[in-house]
Design a binder for this molecule. Structure first.
Ligand SMILES: NC(=O)c1ccc[n+]([C@@H]2O[C@H](COP(=O)([O-])OP(=O)(O)OC[C@H]3O[C@@H](n4cnc5c(N)ncnc54)[C@H](O)[C@@H]3O)[C@@H](O)[C@H]2O)c1
Ligand SMILES: O=C(O)C[C@H](O)C(=O)O
Length: 329
């Protein structure tokens, strides 16, 4: 019997990540080669025409799995019946904008989107927030969707995870497929902590294989944490194809499961594990089983890691307090 298409809502559809993402969703890379999809694109009114242009190109690909494209400028309509929501559109920081202004501007986007998800999304809705500041935007949306299980709101640290794998593999001169069990902790920001102490390279401990603390502290951690800024500096625009790729990886693994013997990183609602205050949306080592993220338990955290995890979690706490003060959660 023909499968019912999955409704995938993408916000910021006319933006650069949207352009890199939509064709991959439509080709089956998000949900697998047997799952038809319907795209529901959300844009601001001024960008609807550009989204229509992208939709024309999607049509022109004649993707066998693509069963429809609808374009909206109203979140209530865009999230109606959504099974998967990729929240990409966000208000970027502009010159002279303080962090509080940025949080407030994004609150104006993610609060109504959370409300719209609450009002009309499908019962199995899964939300990935990509738009920055991703963790706190996800927290705002989640706070306005009280009828949706909190665990369905996540933020993207998979790009950081993939960046860290790539850097570590290059240092060790091995293919990326040899690296497993790497973790990004905390916020998708420069305070994030890429942790190789539990990572493995071809089954052996990665930190022991590296055996170079100066490289770890002075090169690896800052390179991964500041990679987004380095790409903006080099490209004159923020990462787009790699961000879209990470969004595909995140949702694919969430829905279809992570491989046995490995884990990945995702920012999910904390249950208090590893001392991260309950309710914060923070990055953890996670596996996905039966369509649910689970935090990998029992990892030993030494003083080096503890200090770095705590610093990033502290930043998330401050962001949460700031949006609370603004009445956004
Ligand atoms: N989490 C990550 O790893 C990661 C990585 C890269 C980029 N990002 C973030 O992703 C976001 C998007 O990046 P981009 O390069 O595609 O930006 P972009 O400016 O090219 O596109 C953003 C799009 O969002 C739209 N938009 C703005 N407000 C909207 C709203 N209320 N509803 C629907 N659409 C809206 C804009 O019209 C625009 O088309 C940025 O916040 C960026 O910082 C996150
Ligand atoms: O958009 C940015 O500020 C950078 C982005 O989050 C990235 O990590 O590439």
């Amino acid at each position: 019997m023909a499968q019912v298409p999955v409704n995938v809502t993408v916000t910021g559809a006319a933006g650069q990540i949207g352009y890199a993402l939509l064709f991959r969703i439509a080709s089956g890379q998000l949900l697998g080669p047997d799952t038809p999809v319907k795209l529901r694109l959300l844009e601001i009114p001024q960008a609807v025409k550009a989204a229509e242009g992208t939709a024309m190109e999607l049509d022109d690909c004649a993707f066998p799995l693509l069963r429809g494209i609808d374009i909206f400028d109203d979140p209530r309509q865009a999230f109606d019946g959504a099974n998967v929501a990729l929240l990409v559109g966000a208000r970027p920081r502009t010159k002279g904008m303080e962090r509080g202004d940025l949080l407030e501007a994004n609150g104006g986007i993610f609060k109504p989107q959370g409300e719209a998800i609450n009002a009309g999304a499908a019962d199995d809705i899964r939300v990935l927030v990509v738009g920055n500041p991703a963790n706190t935007n996800a927290l705002i949306a989640q706070a306005h969707a009280p009828d949706v299980p909190a665990e369905r709101f996540t933020a993207m640290t998979r790009l950081d995870h993939n960046r860290a794998i790539s850097q570590l593999a290059a240092k060790l001169g091995v293919p990326v497929t040899d690296i497993s069990k790497l973790t990004i902790w905390g916020n998708h920001s420069a305070t994030q902590y890429p942790d190789i102490f539990h990572a493995e390279v071809a089954g052996k401990n990665a930190a022991e294989a590296v055996n170079d603390e100066a490289w770890l502290s002075g090169t690896f951690i800052p390179t991964v944490a500041k990679r987004g800024a380095a790409i903006i500096e080099a490209r004159g625009a923020s990462s787009a194809a790699s961000a879209a790729n990470a969004a595909i990886d995140h949702v694919h693994d969430w829905v279809l499961g992570t491989p046995e013997g490995d884990w990945t990183s995702a920012a999910i609602v904390s249950d208090g594990s590893y001392g991260v205050p309950e309710g914060l949306i923070s990055s953890f080592p996670v596996v996905s089983r039966d369509g649910r993220w689970e935090i990998v338990q029992g990892l030993e955290i030494d003083a080096f890691s503890r200090e770095r995890i705590d610093a990033s979690v502290q930043e998330l706490t401050e962001e949460r307090d700031a949006v609370r003060k603004l009445g956004l959660i």
